[in-house]
Ligand binder design. Structure first.
Ligand code: CUK
Ligand code: CUA
Length: 660
């Protein structure tokens, strides 16, 4: 027989099959076959995984139908949204539309406009935001799973999300200020506190840069939260006037320091910028001083001033002047390392951690020492008359953690974690205080590299009085080479790190590309704290009021009625039809159209889209939506259900006939 390539190949195949047979009939392999699974060790070898890789994979994998233990609410940056992400799987569960219209949720396309309009600025429609700091509602310093607040740094607005349906209920515009940065809740969520960022004249006034020191101010706004109503109550809210430093971030005191807030600042130099005129650019001008100031604010005392009427009114908002705050011993300053970023209160409220972007240390302040220094009566004043507590009187410790430290989080073992922007790493260090790890003292334990340029980090329940620990998520700004190239715009990289008590060292578990926005901060909550509805409680539900809408349409009540130039379309939706299906109206009529989804089955959402008129709804089971438009164009418009709801989904459509 003449050997050719095919016969050689055949021979090799036979030998190979024989060998494979031997393997298949080994006891181990037959066990594998019986269990119905593949051989994971082969996968491990073929894909070149290490033991650590397999540990990581097994730690994050959720078999179908298995739920995540934690849910993370991450801001979306300038996408204007919030993302709900499961941990440890790092799967995105859903987007929550907040400041930016979002078609999948039908937000801003016939529904949600009233909420979006709440954020109009002096009548100007603003339809995007830069979400930075999500804040979960708390009871007794623990997340309670009821509400989520989020700020818009670009436009100085705050939104309230109800976690019963994960929908935005309110956007409130701050009439004093067009930007902000900090957002956080008090331990009882009686206030949601919004810190400004870049100083500006109060109330949207004009002033030239030359008048900066006199005419520009800093602002912290205390928004009263009405938990019953699920809304911020602007009438019972007030603001504090601060010096024209740039307030960066703030955090609320808890436990021993409850009733106080701490805000770090930068640009205490009052730099005016103007690189184009030969002045130092802001980045240099605002970094000249070796220290900036932390504001230490007694907000309970400020609240008393507000209730006693000790305020001025600007654009309808109560403002307590800096002079009044100083006179009443409400505000103090203490130096903090230059260009600080981030201020975080430890679980017992006893320590306040600040990092300086240009200093390799974290600085840990003692709340007790602050109170003692205030008691002793500070003698030095800052240029705006605020008493200064001497650094050495209030500092507890400094820990050298690495380059570019930013934000700090806490776990349940007495460790703190600080993000290191310049080092691209996360440092774990021990809190030496009595309540934490006195056995280790104030010391750096270890660092773990992250990819790359970490901003915030979030530990499970890490902002509460009792952190869960378990996981840390590193919210990295750059992903560079971590994922398939998606063009010049790359996803962010959110990395899940195991910090559980059963491990000695932190271990990287998972890299998650997020190509939908740039999360700044996230809070991670135990998923069992959620009390989210599966379907709306009753048919005809209006999510805006969280009650049955009197305009809701019951089965049998569908139809079209008229009142003058207004035509009312009353419609129901259920698999797989709308009733009515044919709607005849006249050009020039004003249309008020109500659709009630009368489904009671979980996940039986219907969509509704009409071309040209810009209507696109998501109508969840039980929900009723009313939208309006002027039928200014004649023609035949097909509408249809945009959710693939059933086998006859394509037939779930109808015609709007607008007769010229
Ligand atoms: S900031 Cu973004 S990394 Cu707006 Cu909380 Cu520090
Ligand atoms: Cu309803 Cu598709």
């Amino acid at each position: 027989m003449k050997l050719n390539r095919n016969t050689v190949f055949l021979g090799v195949t036979i030998v190979f099959a024989f060998l494979m047979g031997a393997i298949v009939f080994s006891p181990w392999a037959s066990l594998e076959a019986q269990s119905g699974g593949g051989d994971w060790q082969t996968v491990m070898t073929e894909r070149g995984f290490t033991d650590e890789d397999v540990y990581a994979a097994l730690s994050t994998y959720n078999p179908s139908g298995v739920y995540d233990e934690f849910v993370m609410f991450a801001s979306g940056g300038h996408s204007g949204q919030v993302f709900a992400i499961g941990l440890p799987s790092m799967n995105v569960l859903r987007t929550i539309a907040v400041f930016t219209p979002e078609p999948w949720q039908g937000y801003g396309f016939g529904a949600g406009e009233e909420v979006l309009d709440g954020g109009n600025m002096d009548g100007q429609e603003v339809r995007w935001g830069d979400t930075h700091h999500p804040a979960l509602s708390e009871t007794g310093g623990q997340y309670d799973g009821q509400y989520l607040f989020i700020n818009d740094k670009a436009n100085g607005r705050v939104a309230v999300i109800d976690l019963r349906d994960f929908e935005t209920k309110q956007i409130i515009n701050n009439p004093l200020y067009v930007n902000d940065h900090a957002l956080f809740a008090t331990p009882s969520t009686d206030y949601v506190i919004q810190g400004g960022q870049y100083a500006q004249p109060i109330g949207g006034d004009y002033a030239p840069m030359a008048d900066y020191a006199e005419s520009f101010v800093g602002i912290v706004t205390m928004w009263k939260f009405d938990r019953e109503a699920g809304r911020i109550d602007a009438d019972n809210s007030f603001a504090l006037e601060l010096p024209p430093y740039w307030q960066d971030l703030c955090d609320a005191g808890k436990q021993v320091s409850e009733g106080w807030i701490f805000c770090n600042t930068f640009n205490t130099e009052l730099a005016l910028g103007g690189i184009e005129s030969g002045n130092p650019p802001f980045e240099a001008g605002a970094s000249r001083n070796t220290t900036d100031y932390m504001h230490i604010i007694n907000y309970r005392a400020a609240e008393e001033l507000f209730l006693a009427g000790e305020y001025e009114v600007v654009n309808g908002m109560a403002v307590i002047t800096l002079e009044t705050l100083v006179e009443n011993n409400v505000i103090f300053n203490t130096p903090e390392p230059r260009s600080p970023h981030g201020v975080d209160v430890a679980p017992y409220g006893d320590f306040i951690v600040v990092s300086g972007k240009l200093d390799p240390h974290t600085s840990i302040y003692s709340f007790d020492k602050m109170m003692a220094a205030i008691e002793a009566g500070p003698t030095e004043l800052d240029p705006f008359g605020i008493p200064i507590l001497a650094f050495e009187d209030v500092i507890e410790a400094q820990v050298e953690v690495g380059l570019g430290p930013l934000h700090t989080q806490f776990d349940d073992q007495g460790y703190a974690y600080t993000s290191l922007f310049l080092d691209s790493a996360v440092a774990r260090w021990s809190l030496g205080g009595d309540n934490y790890r006195p056995q280790d003292g104030w010391s750096l334990i270890e660092t773990i590299p992250v990819q790359y340029n970490v901003g915030h980090i979030a530990v499970a329940e890490g902002d509460t009085v009792s952190p869960a620990g378990n996981y840390l998520v590193s919210l990295n700004k750059w992903s560079v080479d971590r994922f398939l190239n998606t063009g010049p715009l790359l996803p962010q990289n959110l990395q899940l790190i195991d910090i559980g008590a059963d491990r000695d060292n932190m271990q990287m578990l998972y890299d998650m590309p997020l190509g939908m926005g740039e999360p700044h901060y996230a809070q991670i909550m135990r998923a069992d704290r959620l009390n989210t509805w599966e379907v709306y409680p009753e048919v005809g539900w209006d999510p805006a009021t969280q009650s049955v809408d009197e305009r809701a349409v019951a089965p049998g009540e569908e139809g079209i009625t008229r009142d003058g130039n207004t035509v009312y379309v009353n419609q129901t939706a259920i698999r797989s039809h709308f009733t009515p299906e044919i709607v005849n109206i006249n050009e020039g009529e004003h249309v008020v159209w109500t659709i009630t989804n009368i489904e009671r089955a979980k996940d039986a959402t219907h969509g509704f889209a009409i071309p040209y008129y810009g209507i696109n709804l998501s109508i969840e089971p039980g929900e009723s939506i009313t939208f309006e438009f002027d039928a200014d164009k004649g023609g035949v418009f097909t509408w249809y259900c945009t959710e693939f709801c059933s086998a006859l989904h394509l037939e779930m459509m109808g015609y709007l006939l607008v007769q010229p």
